[in-house]
Design a protein around this ligand. Structure first.
Ligand code: 3PG
Length: 210
């Protein structure tokens, strides 16, 4: 996996994970990968995040772990050093794009408008996160962006759920979707990896529904 396009082809759903306890990282990643979702985004929203990324990278060879909530240029380098294999940001600026590109890792910069997508296209970026997907306009909005911007492939995230994921996946400009529903905080706290695996299996079986 060398490009963001290839990354989006690895699984239909990317679990977006918030981890308070790095000890949970490896068993959680094993459960997700065993359920058919090997691509895992660990958000940099907790002090444990970088350690969690490192643990998954070192201990779960079946997983492809990346860093999410990359919002400062320094986050990109720190994530790469921890072992992240891709980077995701909720929005983008030229300096953040430059820092993500400088790591050499595939990255999905966040956009919510045509202008933001065009700015990235000017820099040669064609794979993006669409965030916050539901709040920004959902499936109809993303479908409309596909008219003038057919060369952009999106990973919608933010409000995506089992109820709407298949409709996003049916859009020609969607490569995969992201969401936090695969890792309910209660299940993670309790170490209920069977529950996480079952949620992953359901999500991995999702097929586009027009
Ligand atoms: C993200 O962190 O990228 C999204 O906010 C996850 O959104 P969700 O919790 O609505 O799935």
């Amino acid at each position: 996996m060398n490009t963001a396009e290839e990354l989006m082809g690895l699984a239909p759903v990317v679990p977006v994970v918030v981890l308070d306890d790095a000890d949970a990282a490896a068993p959680l990643a094993r459960a997700l990968a065993a359920g058919g979702l090997p691509v895992i985004e660990v958000t940099l929203r907790t002090p444990a995040a970088l350690d969690a990324i490192a643990r998954i990278a070192a201990e779960v060879p079946d997983a492809v772990v990346g860093a999410g909530t990359v919002v400062r240029p320094a986050d990109a380098e720190r994530s790469a050093a921890a072992g992240a294999r891709f980077l995701v940001s909720p929005g983008c600026t030229p300096s953040l794009r430059g820092a993500m590109a400088a790591t050499g890792l595939p990255f999905l910069p966040g956009v919510a408008t045509a202008s933001e997508a065009i700015a990235l296209l000017e820099d040669g970026v064609t794979a993006m996160k669409f965030f916050p997907a539901e709040a920004a306009g959902g499936v109809p909005y993303l479908k409309a962006l596909g008219g003038p911007l057919p060369g952009v492939r999106f990973c919608p995230t933010g409000g995506v759920s089992p109820a709407n994921a298949a409709a996003y996946l049916a859009l020609p400009n969607v490569g995969c979707v992201g969401g936090s529903w695969l890792t309910p905080p209660d299940a993670v706290r309790a170490g209920d990896w069977d529950a996480v695996r079952a949620l992953a299996e359901e999500a991995a079986a999702l097929r586009p529904v027009v």
